[in-house]
Every structure is written in structure tokens, then in C-alpha cells.
Design a protein around this ligand. Sequence first.
Ligand SMILES: [Zn+2]
Length: 296
Amino acid sequence: MPELPEVETVKRGLAPVMEGSRIRRAELRRPDLRFPFPPAFAEKLEGRRVTSLGRRAKYLLIDLEGGDVVIAHLGMSGSFRVEGADAVEAPGDFHMPRSKDTRHDHVVFHLETPEGERRVVYNDPRRFGFMDLAKREDIAAHAFFRDLGAEPTGNTLDADYIAAKFRGRQTPLKAALLDQKNIAGLGNIYVCEALWRSHLSPERHAGTLVTAAGKPKTELLALTEAIRQVIADAIEAGGSTLRDHIRADGSLGYFQHSFSAYDRAGEPCRTPGCGGTIGRIVQSGRSTFYCADCQK
Ligand SMILES: [Zn+2]
């Protein structure tokens, strides 16, 4: 499943093509993805200029002139690609490796850009992705967004913010970090990585990182820095799934070598001087990878 850095990378890849361009035609090749398209979706997009591309958690936000916003979610296997008049183009250095099976091309935005006609194609073999339409002024109160916590890329996320969320909580750290009401867009991979980097056990209770007075302990300062850094590193690397191979079924694989804990069960821990082995446990139905020797 694409995580926040992948969606941010898709946004950065599409922005140069889409921003300022006009949607000449929106071609829907089926009535639905995970959910039906909103009523008159194609008609509402046609002729509209894209004013900006944004992201909130794992949602891509395509702002249109007139105040509407297309909300797009990539689900499990969704990807975008850009096609020119003659050839397929990668949007900048960042693009999602795509299913080459055009049967899974479900939405095509035909764009008029300063460089000529372009097609932005949404491909999604498993169809867990979806698109919706909302008014810009309604976005903050929208059901997708109103309960979301701070972005790990924004200035809101600091140790004091997390301390307020974790204070008195007996929830395991893994679950507390995956809770989108605390931090928006943080998924399984980067939670594992951040806990490994900050030497904290995923089973430790979240409240143990906060003093009785509600202040962050030193360990929470380290965790906060690790969260911000793993996300920043992944965005800088162009998103961990982006450079990877496409599996036979067209779904995206993960670029596993870039991770220190995630999916490394049985392999040596990379913490200098540790000598431990990465283990795997299941928490809330999800795999957690961590080193019991150096993560306490
Ligand atoms: Zn270790």
C-alpha cells in the first residue's frame, strides 16, 4: 500500500504537468473504483483549470478553478502516469511504477498544457482507490479529514503535541503511532522504522514517554525526530515504492533494501554494537518488525 511519502512523491511528480493546465476531458472507463464516482463527475471537471495539487495524509487534493477539489486515494495498487502526444513520460524524477496492463486504466484526464496535450492516467488493478469531489471550503470539516491528526511533514508535529496525545495512554506505541487521529498518514512501514531508529519497543505503552506533568521525556524527543526524519528521508528518496519493480500481477512491490527494520525478520539488527536480530510480531493484525535487544 502506498504510504505518505509515495503520495507526496506522486503529488510532486504530477504538479508540473497538472498545475495551470486545463482538463479538456475526463474519461471514466467504469462507473466506480472502490466507490462509485460522484454524480456528474466527468462533466464537472471538463473545461476546468487545475490551480494546485496538494496532499493531506494519504489523500491527493487536486484544486480546480471555481473552488472544487478532486480528492483521490491510491488505495492498495493505484498509480498515475503521464502520457504525451507520442510517448509515455515520467513526471520529473518521480513517478510510480505502473501496471502496464491498460485494462486497469480506469480514469484518463486529457489535459491542455503549455507544452501541448497530455494525458494523466489513473491505473488501479485492485481498485481499492477512489475519487471524490468536494468544495474547498468544506475540506477541513470533510468526513475524510476532520479527525486527522498532525502531518509528520508539518510544523505542528513536535514532542509537546505527541505528549498531549500520549499522556496516560496504555496503548502500545505501535498502535498509538498508527492511530490517524494522532499522526495523519503514518503507516506500518514508517512506524516500524521510526521505532527502530529511536530504540523504542513497539509494545511499550505510549504513556510511558510522558512525564507526570505531561511533558515529553527524552525518549519522546528522539521518537519525534525519528518520525520526522524517516518520512523526510523517504520523500527525498522519491518514495520507497517508486523505484521498485512491478510484480507479475501489476501491484507495486516495496523497495525493501531501504528499510532497516521493516520486512527484515531474521536479519541482523543494524544498530551499531547491537548484535541482535530483527524479529516479527503481530499487533492488531499487522506485522511489526523490531529488535528486542536494542528497542526497549
Ligand atoms: Zn538491535
